[in-house]
Design a protein around this ligand. Structure first.
Ligand code: SF4
Length: 359
């Protein structure tokens, strides 16, 4: 097996991180909770929130019959829901995925500027060129990509399915062009023991976890187990007692019997972990010095999901509503739907215990 890191790909030198929200602004925003809750109920909207959103957004989803999950679960729930208005609290590719799967529904997002650094690392025109250079490779795109990139891909996958899909494709004798996360690409190549042409993108949060800082935390908390998301560097993954997607890390913390955990993923997950395991201690993994632009393990774009913006999605004037509405050009939507449907079919087949060879 080998990992072939793709060269000649221009990555952003700096990511356009949004300004952090002040404590005063956050406190004022939190005052809107009951009003936003009423608006969601009145508009019969479904709030789907990612685990990385702020605790108050997750609580809002809980108290309005909404849903909290990882990007695969969010995609499924949005598709299966009977609600015609969906508010996706997360980052933009999650809203786009909901719209691709449910074109007849109105998909709103608190802030359409909620980027993801992985998405920003992979531009559709670069993928077109790289595909031409590797015409025989099967293009496997991480869910954290734009609709235009998904439209050029053979498969979409989330971190909860990535190794299984690589195994499956290896069994079919296919070589993989993986994008856009370098660390997850490396993790897939190592675990599925297959060759991977890998895009060199990175998540600003997970790429910043610091192995030596985690070793120090382990010394201070020898009883703690280490939970790591595979978007983290290999040196961090090597320290893990459990590596997995957010849902898998949450499930592990529930089933396992350690009293405490050092968690190397975005801090929003602590809300659900602490709720599920009130007697356990969850400790945020250390961030490397070069990650000082970050406020700890906090995704700057996930923080854009404020209550005020959710309210504006639902009760703003026509112009405001338009500024919160996800649209995807129909030709791109149709092309992106194929690999997304394949992912959902693969996930369902895995669960049933039998994956056909010709998905
Ligand atoms: S935590 Fe990383 S992968 Fe997740 S949305 Fe933020 S930048 Fe993207």
């Amino acid at each position: 097996m080998s990992l072939i890191m793709l060269k000649d790909i221009a990555l952003p030198e700096h990511f356009p991180l949004p300004q952090p929200v002040s404590a005063e602004a956050l406190a004022a925003d939190n005052q809107l909770f009951d009003r936003v809750k009423d608006a969601i109920v009145q508009h019969k909207a479904l709030l789907i929130a990612h685990y990385y959103t702020a605790p108050i957004v997750q609580r809002l989803a809980e108290e309005t019959g909404g849903f909290i999950g990882d990007s695969l679960e969010m995609a499924r729930v949005g598709k299966d829901s009977e609600c015609t208005t969906i508010v996706v609290a997360g980052v933009r590719f999650m809203g786009e995925t909901a719209k691709i799967l449910s074109p007849e529904k109105t998909v709103l997002m608190p802030d359409l500027a909620s980027e993801c650094s992985l998405d920003l690392c992979c531009q559709p025109e670069d993928l077109k060129r790289v595909k031409a250079e590797h015409p025989n490779a099967t293009v496997v795109a991480y869910a954290n990509t734009s609709a235009a990139v998904k439209a050029q891909s053979d498969w979409i996958v989330t971190s909860s399915l990535a190794v299984e899909l690589a195994d499956y494709l290896k069994g079919r004798g296919e070589e993989i062009l993986w994008l856009p996360d370098r660390h997850l690409g490396s993790y897939i190549a190592n675990n599925a023991k297959t060759d991977v042409y890998c895009w060199p993108g990175r998540c600003v949060v997970h790429d910043s976890f610091d192995p030596s800082g985690i070793v120090e935390l382990k010394k201070a908390h020898p009883e703690a187990k280490v939970l790591v998301h595979p978007e983290s560097p290999a040196e961090v993954v090597a320290l893990a007692d459990c590596v997995g997607s957010t849902s898998q890390l949450l499930a592990f913390s529930k089933q396992d019997d350690a009293p405490s955990y050092i968690v190397a993923t975005e801090r929003g997950i602590f809300y659900k972990m602490q709720q599920a395991c009130p007697n356990k201690t969850f400790i945020e993994a250390a961030i490397a010095p070069q990650g000082v632009t970050l406020d700890g393990a906090k995704c700057p774009w996930m923080s854009l999901n404020s209550l005020a913006k959710i309210l504006e999605c639902l009760e703003g004037d026509a112009e405001q509503k338009a500024a919160h509405t996800i649209t995807v050009p129909e030709d791109i939507r149709r092309a992106a739907l194929k690999p997304l449907d394949r992912m959902l079919a693969f996930s369902a087949a895995l669960k049933s215990g039998s994956v056909p060879q010709d998905l």
